[in-house]
Design a binder for this molecule. Structure first.
Ligand code: S3P
Length: 418
């Protein structure tokens, strides 16, 4: 299989959610370009709209006029977060600081995901929560005047950290969040870009009270988690080079590229620059003889969403690939440990679950069968890449579920393969 040409991956999902929130909470008009127009980001736009924000339809270049940190209003309907954990958890932080109650709902998958992790720190700040059985959605957040907090997060989670930071921003109080390994830091960067005083070291973030957020234009860089599927495709090819322009190369997001380099894949970075507080560059990826690797727990936050793709890639690598310290995968859009290993085995690959990760033994056998995605976009795309390889015959049960993060994925995949 030959890969060729250039794939412009859509805007980064994490930055897109945050761009809408910061614009709605800012003072005046913010122009947003290259936002990810996908179901998840539309959920954030819809939630902000239900809270009275001036939120137009998403497009490649549009303006959101913010009405400041006190500009939101009590919602007249439920806040529907769809499939998006980032929407539910970050907006819980925003709503915890509002003088009204908000009811959060989501789809079947999101309604199985834990919300206690945000309810606990936000309750420590003074908000109160009504959670459904098992600390799930539907969830009612009773906002109030919050107090400052110093919170130690036992697991690294950018969603929890960001919920606390956003609550601190909206309440104008100081917050400190500690975590074992630094999770993605887009919220901190976007706050700093807006003049907030944020101090960061390896295991803690401190935000001083802010009085307001100036409006700021945002050009959303390409999503490294979406780029990962095409980097993997190029790695698995036998000839050619694939170019991926303008990908966000924030060091808290690039673990997958480092892991692939260890596995023998050549990834060149060109045109590296800083845009809006984020490192951005063009990736050029060529095939390599793949060898296995081990992912240590400390590496996991930097490639958490790429682990389904890594597991699929490992079926083609010489030796045993082992991932540990990734128990968080069990509470993503699906139980990604059980789902990835179950599907790989059903297709004929050699893989085993670990409580906190998986083992995959590469053997290059042809893989054949039907993949059950459980509606999980990253499973659909990871197996989609594997299915593009000659000799494999893989059917994905729900190809449309890619819409939450990468609506043009199947078309781009077709275009990249010769
Ligand atoms: C995200 C954080 C990560 C990631 C998710 C997006 C974010 O979740 O898996 O896809 O935008 O903050 P956790 O913070 O729960 O690890």
């Amino acid at each position: 299989m030959k890969v060729t040409g250039s794939v412009r991956v859509p805007g980064d999902k994490s930055i897109s959610h945050r761009a809408l929130m910061f614009a709605a909470l800012g003072d005046g008009p913010s122009r947003i370009t290259r936002i990810l127009d996908s179901a998840d980001v539309r959920s954030t736009a819809g939630v902000l709209r239900a809270l009275g924000a001036d939120m137009p339809e998403l497009s490649a270049d549009f303006v959101v006029t913010g009405h400041g940190l006190r500009g939101l209003r009590a919602p007249v309907r439920d806040l529907d977060c769809g499939n998006s954990g980032t929407t539910a958890r970050l907006m819980a932080g925003v709503c915890a600081a509002q003088p009204f109650a908000s009811r959060f709902v989501g789809d079947e998958s999101l309604s199985k995901r834990p919300m206690g992790r945000v309810a606990r720190p936000l309750s420590a700040m003074g908000a109160s929560f009504e959670l459904s059985t098992g600390e799930r959605l539907p969830m009612v957040v009773h906002g109030t005047e919050l107090e400052k907090v110093e919170w130690h997060n036992e697991k690294s989670s950018a969603q929890v950290k960001s919920a606390i930071l956003l609550a601190g921003v909206c309440a104008g109080v100081e917050v400190v969040v500690r975590e074992p390994t630094r999770s993605r830091d887009h919220t901190e960067r976007m706050l700093a870009a807006r003049g907030a005083e944020v101090w960061v070291n390896d295991d803690a973030v401190l935000l001083w009270p802010v009085q307001g957020l100036p409006a700021l234009d945002v050009a959303v860089p390409g999503d490294p988690s979406s780029a990962a599927f095409f980097v993997a495709l190029a790695a698995l090819a036998t000839e050619g080079t694939l170019t991926l322009p303008d990908v966000c190369l924030n060091p808290t997001r690039t673990g997958f590229f480092f892991a692939l380099a260890r596995m023998g894949v050549r990834i060149d970075v060109d045109d590296e620059r800083t845009e809006g507080g984020e490192t951005v560059g063009t990736l050029a990826v060529s095939p390599g003889e793949l060898r296995s690797t081990e992912i240590a727990p400390a590496e996991v936050p930097s490639l958490i969403d790429e682990l389904p793709m890594l597991a699929c890639l490992a079926t083609r690598a010489e030796g045993e690939t082992v991932v540990r310290g990734a128990e968080e995968l069990r509470v993503k859009e699906s139980d990604r440990i059980a789902a990835v290993v179950g599907n790989l085995r059903a297709l004929g690959a050699d893989a085993d679950e670990l409580p906190d990760g998986f083992v995959v033994r590469g053997n290059r056998a042809s893989l054949k069968g039907r993949v059950t995605t459980h509606g999980d976009h990253r499973l659909a795309m990871a197996f989609g890449v594997l299915g593009a390889l000659p000799g494999n015959e893989i059917e994905v049960d729900d190809p449309a579920c890619v819409d939450v993060s990468f609506p043009t994925f199947w078309r781009d995949l077709d275009g990249a393969v010769r």
